[in-house]
Design a protein around this ligand. Sequence first.
Ligand code: ZN
Length: 166
Amino acid sequence: MGELEALYRDVVLEHNRRPRNFRRLAAPCGCTDGVNPLCGDRLMVCLRLDGETVAEVAFEGSGCAIAVASASMLTEAVTGQTRAQALALTEAVARMLGGGPDERVDGDLAALAAVSAYPSRVKCATLAWEALRAGLTTGATQVSTEEDGAPQQALAQSQAQARDGY
Ligand code: ZN
């Protein structure tokens, strides 16, 4: 196991065991329900903005270890950031998960780069970020990682997941 894979495993396990900001916000400005039908992840990301600053972000729901860990890291990373900073980080994380290096991603989040080696899990890792992006832009109350969620696609995905060893 490479250094990044080992770090990735530790970070995902730790955040999954003790998710940060896994709670209901008392007075959110808005919430976005994110679903990843291919894995069964369903996470709701809620925001409280103070002007242009993300004052609080929290999530609820259930998902696989990668989805929960990524959401946990998201809440730590974007709390206190401006809307523009949070959106820039969302783009940087998406690029990193797509396999591109991104020096703007650091801390625990950088370990998520290992997910790019497992294409079937990338949507698990991006789910909370897509919900955040919607909350910060359109205000959509629901986002999905799939346009249509075709059943045969889900089957191919589960086979790919089995192959990837998750
Ligand atoms: Zn998942």
